[in-house]
Design a protein around this ligand. Structure first.
Ligand code: SAM
Length: 252
């Protein structure tokens, strides 16, 4: 196999040279009926643990496919330790947020229910499908962790002391996010928090102000939609303190 296969799939199976991997019915359908791939063709597999491998299609049929794992293409790495806490938003915008956050290298996605959160139910399997597809496309080797929604006070109470919490707030003495992020040690674990469409309530602001490891960051003079704010904060962090000094994976 000369070039790295373009089709890239996330699988749960262990990956090692010579291993045989059975695909899910959805993945088998995608290869067989959408891409019309036949036995002998190669794809790229990753599982979030064993790095990235090439794999040859040995057999494929309606709802099934069997692949033989070949070359080890990339060793396992994880995206930098950046978490995104955000107040759930409506479905299409939520899909967009988690897909783009995955591409931007978020490591943990934590919906946080605030007093003005409109949406409380978040469908985990839908988030998971969005995240997996985005990870396959952007060629990251790990999947972001998707957490169950929690209330803001609980999320703050459980927030690890060692992590800096950067709360994006459009009020008070928030400093420009570039300034706040530039002060953080490169790669230090950080949590970015954005509020709901209606913003944080005064009680929630007080809760945040009482957090010793919380820093308030501004995202400029305009009021951004929650998904825009979350993605903008992630972008700034990646550019200044994350892994954007690295280049994308070379194609073989
Ligand atoms: N209170 C406004 C409202 O009622 O629409 C703003 C809410 S805004 C749509 C949602 C969240 O995005 C805010 O809670 C904040 O976390 C973040 N955000 C939006 N614009 C921002 C800005 N210019 N600076 C910092 N954070 C911002």
């Amino acid at each position: 196999m000369s070039e790295k296969p373009a089709t890239r799939l996330f699988v749960e199976s262990d990956l090692a040279e010579g291993a045989v991997v059975g695909l899910s019915p959805d993945h088998a359908h995608f290869l067989r009926s959408v891409l019309r791939l036949e036995p002998g063709r190669w794809v790229t597999l990753f599982n979030g643990r064993d790095g990235e491998w090439s794999a040859r299609i040995d057999g494929i049929g309606k709802g099934w496919a069997s692949l033989a794992v070949g070359d080890h293409l990339r060793t396992q790495t994880s995206c930098p330790d950046v978490w995104l806490y955000f107040a759930p938003i409506k479905r299409a915008r939520l899909d967009f947020l988690v897909q783009k956050a995955t591409e931007l290298g978020v490591r943990r996605i934590q919906p946080v229910v605030t007093q003005r959160t409109i949406v409380e139910r978040v469908k985990g399997d839908r988030l998971s499908a969005n995240v997996t597809e985005a990870a396959e496309q952007c060629e990251r080797l790990d999947l972001p962790e998707i957490c169950e929604p929690v209330r803001l006070d609980r999320a703050l109470a459980d927030h690890p002391e060692g992590r800096t919490l950067v709360a994006c707030v459009e009020f008070g003495d928030a400093r420009p996010i570039a300034e706040v992020v530039s002060e953080l040690p490169p790669g230090a674990p950080v949590t970015l928090l954005v509020g709901p469409e209606g913003g944080f309530t005064p009680e929630e602001r007080a809760l945040l102000e009482n957090r010793t490891n919380a820093r308030f960051a501004g995202l400029g003079p305009r009021i951004l939609r929650a998904e825009t704010a979350g993605l903008a904060a992630l972008t700034v962090w990646q550019a200044l303190a994350g892994d954007w000094a690295e280049s994308p994976p070379k194609r073989a």
